[in-house]
Write a protein that binds this ligand. Structure first.
Ligand code: FES
Length: 143
């Protein structure tokens, strides 16, 4: 079987799909390899991500990784969410085929972009090193 049961489960029944009209931060990133797009919405209260939703024009692996990533950051402090790596997401899904690993990067980057957007909107100082560098497409969306 190419995909783990967890991948299939999150693909067929993705968690936290949709948008948050009153989001505190929105991150949109594109995958340079395939052209897929991911948008992530977060609600933040007292530094905790109280709610998160995502929408994507992406493949099944992008849907599954984003779905589980939203579960992993919901209710967590922002600092924890920033540490979420695509590797941890893939491990939580019991793996992805090698040629699909790039899809998991979308989720990680979209979360970071949403947090960055939240910081920017609220004039909160942050360590730029923790975010994408200047040539990254996700920084272009939310200047
Ligand atoms: Fe585009 Fe998977 S093929 S995110």
């Amino acid at each position: 079987m190419l995909y783990s049961e967890k991948v299939m489960d999150h693909f067929r029944n993705p968690r936290n799909v949709g948008q948050l009209t009153d989001a505190d931060g929105i991150g949109e990133v594109g995958n340079a390899k395939c052209g897929d797009i991911m948008r992530m919405y977060i609600k933040v209260k007292d530094n905790i991500i109280t709610d998160v939703k995502f929408m994507t024009f992406g493949c099944g692996s992008a849907i599954a990784t984003s779905s589980i990533a939203t579960e992993m950051i919901k209710g967590q402090p922002i600092d924890k969410a920033l540490q979420l790596s695509n590797k941890a997401v893939v491990e939580a899904l019991d793996g992805l085929p090698a040629h699909k690993l790039h899809c998991s990067v979308l989720a990680e980057e979209a979360i970071k972009a949403a947090i960055k957007n939240y910081y920017d909107k609220n004039n909160i100082a942050y360590d730029k090193e923790k975010f994408c560098q200047l040539d990254c497409p996700c920084t272009a969306h939310h200047k």
